[in-house]
Design a protein around this ligand. Structure first.
Ligand code: SF4
Ligand code: SF4
Length: 132
């Protein structure tokens, strides 16, 4: 039942948030310092008044999308991994799976709750630095 048709609409529609542990993994995969990754590939956006690093978009699509393929697929962010398992139904997505069925979605949800708590406590800059 689950089958991704690689239409890449999900990579074009959304801003993908980056958690500190993801910044570590992706920068290691790209073999660049984390600070460089954040500067070159991310920008800060407020979502519900909470600052997040999000992947930049170029020409209305994720900066890592190339010919409808993800250039960082092995280390793609959680949001990409669990799509379309959180939130509402996505009529543009050809995957026909039940939402809220992926155990990883619950783990990721907890990670985001922890992120928000820590950002409120120490701020986004200190939080991303503290993971060095
Ligand atoms: S990181 Fe990869 S999977 Fe995620 S939105 Fe960007 S191109 Fe798509
Ligand atoms: S929108 Fe759905 S079918 Fe299209 S690439 Fe994304 S996950 Fe796959």
């Amino acid at each position: 039942m689950e089958e991704c048709f690689s239409c890449a609409k999900c990579c074009k529609r959304y801003r993908i948030t980056i958690l500190p542990e993801e910044a570590e993994k992706i920068s290691a995969f790209l073999n660049i310092p984390k600070e460089k990754f954040l500067e070159k590939f991310c920008e800060i956006k407020e979502i519900n008044k909470i600052p997040f690093y999000v992947l930049r978009k170029i020409h209305n699509q994720c900066i890592f999308l190339d010919n409808n393929k993800c250039k960082i697929y092995p280390v793609r962010p959680y949001q990409c991994k669990i799509f379309p398992n959180l939130g509402s139904k996505f009529p543009f997505c050809k995957i026909q799976k039940e939402i809220f069925t992926d155990p990883l979605a619950y783990i990721v949800w907890e990670k985001y709750k922890e992120y928000v708590k820590k950002v409120r406590e120490i701020g986004i800059n200190a939080l991303f630095q503290s993971q060095c």
